[in-house]
Design a protein around this ligand. Structure first.
Ligand code: XIL
Length: 386
């Protein structure tokens, strides 16, 4: 694996100067060999491809940004990066007064140095579990001032974070607010004080004001597998409500954590409901929403141990899914939730019973491209232009 880009000018600048072509002619190659990058294959179709990256040490394995080989892989393959945790309230807001931008700043500086775009995740993870403890118990006062104070804190947060990263042109404004159990909107300290719809609308209006040119996204994990019916219905209801009330939401972020925890799932990777899934996407796009694949990975926890068999099954599922998604010209971005297996959040979230590593990302731990990378490349190559 070449380390030639570990420091010094970016590959894109080298390409511009013709030096990279010379380096390639000398036989110096990246982890993907001489194959075109995923970013360039995506770009040829009017898409953007990239990955999440963590600046650690939040979470046990989100330290990927510390690894020079990983950084090089991001430079080689990605046209856009998204901080995995660094823009979330629980990292950015140690208390009601402080903004701790340092970790996200490091990722932003890296992206800028290599001419890689930056997307933002997330201004409001509207799920009580992911609120920092101080916020869960924050005293917003009493009487009419209470709702005004809550709104002021939310608007101030969004305004300051957007202003700090004016280069972010695509924002997951609200994340995961639909409860998959019954499709209802989750309750948090903000919605208890302000009301659910108002909380979400305020977030989008604040984001539009602070980032007028950015694509504003509602992001969630409703999937194509059986068991997601209520979640999908709830998301469509939410999207319809945004349109009715005039909340400025541009796109639906489909997280796309494929694979499943469902023990009844056929073959261990879930039971895709293609017809229902297309109907869901038709409804969302019919309302004028663009689509993004925001957190793509494939959970192979339920597959047998054999690595080659797992890789083949994962790649085949991914190709079918990506083909379907890219068939929609409204799909504009594809983000992997990590590029190398050992750094995937899933290793912690759903470890395999046999103790082997999961293989949910395009590259293995030797930084070798896997069949999943080929599946993504093939899906980009066969995707229609947009
Ligand atoms: C995950 C990160 O990958 C983990 O490191 C962290 O511990 C928890 O959050 N849906 C989302 C992402 O919207 O923010 C989550 O990221 C994965 C599921």
């Amino acid at each position: 694996m070449s380390r030639r880009h570990a420091s010094g000018p970016s590959r894109r600048r080298l390409l511009g100067s013709g030096l990279a072509a010379g380096a390639l002619a000398l036989g110096v190659t990246s982890a993907r060999g001489s194959a075109p990058s995923l970013a360039s294959l995506a770009k040829a179709k009017g898409l953007r491809f990239g990955s999440a990256v963590g600046a650690g040490p939040v979470g046990a394995i989100t330290g990927s940004f510390e690894d020079a080989r990983y950084r090089q892989l991001l430079i080689d393959e990605c046209g856009v990066l998204v901080p995995e945790n660094e823009l979330k309230w629980y990292v950015l807001r140690p208390d009601a007064k402080t903004f701790a931008f340092e970790r996200a700043d490091r990722i932003a500086a890296f992206a800028k140095a290599h001419d890689i775009a930056l997307r933002g995740h997330t201004l409001l993870w509207h799920h009580p579990k992911w609120f920092p403890d101080w916020l869960k118990t924050h005293d917003f006062g009493t009487g009419p001032a209470r709702a005004a104070n809550a709104q002021a804190m939310l608007v101030d947060h969004i305004t300051r974070v957007c202003a700090h990263y004016p280069q972010i042109d695509s924002w997951d404004v609200v994340n995961e607010t639909v409860d998959p159990k019954d499709g209802s909107i989750r309750r948090t300290v903000f919605s208890d004080v302000m009301g659910q719809e108002r909380t979400l609308d305020v977030a989008y209006h604040a984001a539009r004001a602070a980032a007028p040119k950015a694509r504003l996204v509602y992001n969630d994990y409703m999937g194509w597998e059986a068991g997601n019916e209520a979640h999908r219905t709830g998301v469509l209801k939410l999207l319809e409500g945004f349109r009715k009330r005039g909340a400025p939401v541009d796109a639906l972020g489909v997280q796309s954590h494929l694979g499943t925890e469902d023990p009844a799932a056929a073959g261990g990777l879930g039971r895709p409901q293609e017809r229902q899934w297309r109907a869901f996407l038709d409804e969302a796009t019919g309302m004028g929403y663009d689509l993004l694949i925001t957190e793509f990975d494939v959970n192979d926890k339920k597959l047998p141990s054999d690595l080659a068999a797992r890789d083949t099954a994962v790649a085949s599922l991914a190709k079918g899914y990506l083909d379907l998604m890219l068939d929609y010209r409204q799909t504009k971005e594809v983000l992997a939730w990590g590029m190398v297996d050992k750094y995937s959040w899933l290793q912690n979230f759903t470890p395999r019973p046999d103790g082997l590593l999961l293989r949910p990302t395009p590259y293995d731990d030797g930084y070798k491209p896997k069949p999943l990378r080929e599946a993504v490349a093939a899906a980009f190559k066969s995707a229609p232009n947009r």
